[in-house]
Design a binder for this molecule. Structure first.
Ligand SMILES: Nc1ncnc2c1ncn2[C@@H]1O[C@H](COP(=O)(O)OP(=O)(O)OP(=O)(O)O)[C@@H](O)[C@H]1O
Ligand SMILES: [Mg+2]
Length: 508
């Protein structure tokens, strides 16, 4: 082995990985320096997660080798990689929902008393150390299943840090946390970087990459395109390398005409979660809902569609009072909700792409008691094409798709029902820059065609760029509404944090 300078922490050499029907990685090589934050970017399905899975011992490469801290390594499983000092926070969360926060963070390494009982006091102290560092708003003894996706994400990161690793892999760590939590995370990243730890950072958000990363490796269709210092390139250049073309004009034009009210909601209320929720949605507009995590946006939409019960609800849909509001009835009427939590609520992961896309439409492709496979395949083909879903075959199981492509399958499944009101919760989470703008265009097109579109997003630029009108929530109530030129970052933030000092009137 050549004893090259000890500055290099990780060296990936000519890694190739094939899956049935897919060459996921094609002779990829790059290196990560000690104390460096190194971004890996590429479109959905480019091979980023596969590469990380190989580095962390979860997958074996078909060809190539990995040198870690000066020696060649061949990890047979993630445990071996962990013991060698590689921590990994996965794109899809994988905590034990029924255990406490502390037990999750220190799983497999719980502190014990001499008599083999778990040392609860010590465990709590060890956990509190991390929770404080993250300024977390939950406790060591909370059970994970009661926490939000953002809070779970923080636990995953704490868990990896608690391993005292030398190389930390973060696969889209900010896709489900708030801007504030992101700031905290960046603070922590800078701190551990100073201690000489290296970080591999995957994200679709260019601003973040330029904010926190020193270098960036671009991959496209499984091939290495280049590794560069972030200081020497622009975001546009990186995006061009990723997609191989120019991405022009990120957001589609705003509404060309807003007309009748399609949906009217009055006095929606659910004890302790939200109250006094009244708003209307008009034809031709995209209505944005913004709020910090915990503001109650998801809960409102779920209650509105009849997924969750609520205490009081008056809904008018196209001028008629809606009575029976079970979710099945809501879907029949054409009011659908696309979840932010695709893994546990949105998809049948063990089923094929085509079964998933047809799942909400099964009545329409059934003749007698049999599913018409040709119709199913045609339906699948249409949405795979329209949304540019990257698959090896329509029979491929959804859990073997890349994260972003899973998200697109979920969108296809609901578009196939021809909704009249489409409510999307974080529609572009995990979606690459190019596809993101495709999804925005698609939402605008649906809206122009008369579909009522509601978008919940925690990404300010997305809300500002996309919505014709923005409703802002804070702790379960609507604190403001903005439209036209008033849709600006500073106005939204004032409402989202509900600064009482603001003398701004609610509308103008
Ligand atoms: N277990 C598997 N079986 C078959 N194909 C797979 C499997 N795992 C990944 N793939 C395929 O390998 C390719 C690369 O996937 P990968 O998850 O690495 O993409 P990614 O760059 O992480 O994308 P995203 O940004 O959407 O997360 C995709 O085409 C995916 O469908
Ligand atoms: Mg991925």
């Amino acid at each position: 082995m050549n004893n090259d300078n000890n500055e290099v922490m990780l060296k990936v050499e000519n890694i190739t990985k094939r899956f049935p029907g897919t060459l996921a990685l094609n002779e990829v090589s790059f290196e990560v320096k000690r104390g460096e934050v190194h971004a890996v970017v590429g479109e959905n399905g480019a091979g980023k997660s596969t590469l990380m899975n190989i580095i962390s011992g979860l997958l074996e490469p078909d060809e190539g080798r990995i040198v870690f801290m000066g020696g060649e390594v061949r990890f047979l499983n993630p445990r071996e990689a962990q013991d060698a000092g590689i921590g990994f926070v996965h794109q899809e969360l994988s905590l034990c929902p029924h255990l406490k926060v502390s037990e999750n963070i220190f799983m497999g390494r719980l502190p014990h008393l001499k008599n083999t009982f778990v040392n609860r006091k010590r465990l709590k102290e060890m956990t509190d150390y991390f929770l404080e560092k993250f300024q977390a708003d939950f406790a060591a003894d909370d059970v994970v299943k009661n926490l939000t996706v953002a809070q779970q994400q923080i636990i995953e990161i704490a868990k990896a840090l608690a391993l005292d690793c030398k190389l930390l892999i973060l696969d889209e760590p900010t896709s489900s946390i708030t801007e504030n939590e992101t700031k905290v995370l960046f603070g922590i990243i800078n701190e551990i970087k100073r201690q000489g730890m290296s970080i591999l950072y995957i994200s679709h958000r260019m601003e973040e990459i330029f904010q926190v990363c020193d270098s960036v490796t671009v991959i496209r269709d499984g091939c290495l395109i280049n590794t560069l210092r972030t200081a020497g390139v622009t975001s546009d250049q990186v995006v061009r390398m990723m997609v191989g073309r120019n991405i022009e004009n990120m957001y589609p034009p705003k509404s060309s005409g807003i007309s009748d009210v399609i949906l009217k909601v009055e006095g929606l209320k659910s004890k302790d979660v939200f109250k006094d929720i009244s708003f209307s949605l008009r034809k031709g507009e995209i209505l944005g809902f913004y709020g910090l995590v915990g503001a109650g946006r998801t809960e409102v939409m779920r209650a509105l569609c009849g997924i969750d019960p609520c205490d009081n609800k008056v809904i008018e849909f196209r001028g008629d009072r809606v009575e029976n509001n079970a979710y099945r009835r809501s879907i029949d009427r054409g009011i659908v909700y696309i979840t932010e939590d695709r893994k546990s609520q949105g998809l049948f992961l063990k089923m094929s792409v085509e079964n998933n896309i047809s799942a909400a439409m099964i009545e329409n492709i059934r003749t007698d008691f049999r599913i018409d496979r040709d119709k199913e395949s045609a339906l699948c083909g249409r949405y795979v094409g329209e949304l540019g879903i990257k698959i090896a075959s329509e029979k491929q199981k959804v859990d073997s798709l890349s994260g972003g492509n899973q998200q697109k399958v979920m969108i296809g499944k609901w578009l196939a029902t021809y909704p009249k009101v489409l409510i999307m919760d974080e529609p572009t989470r995990g979606i690459d820059v190019g596809s993101k703008s495709e999804i925005h265009k698609m939402l605008r097109k649906l809206s122009e065609e008369g579909v009522g579109v509601i978008v919940i997003s925690s990404e300010l630029p997305e809300i500002i760029g996309l919505a014709d009108r923005v409703i802002v929530m804070h702790e379960g109530t609507i604190t403001g509404e903005l439209s036209g030129d008033d849709i600006k970052e500073e106005n939204i933030i004032i409402y989202a944090s509900n600064f009482k000092t603001s003398s701004r009137a609610a509308n103008e």
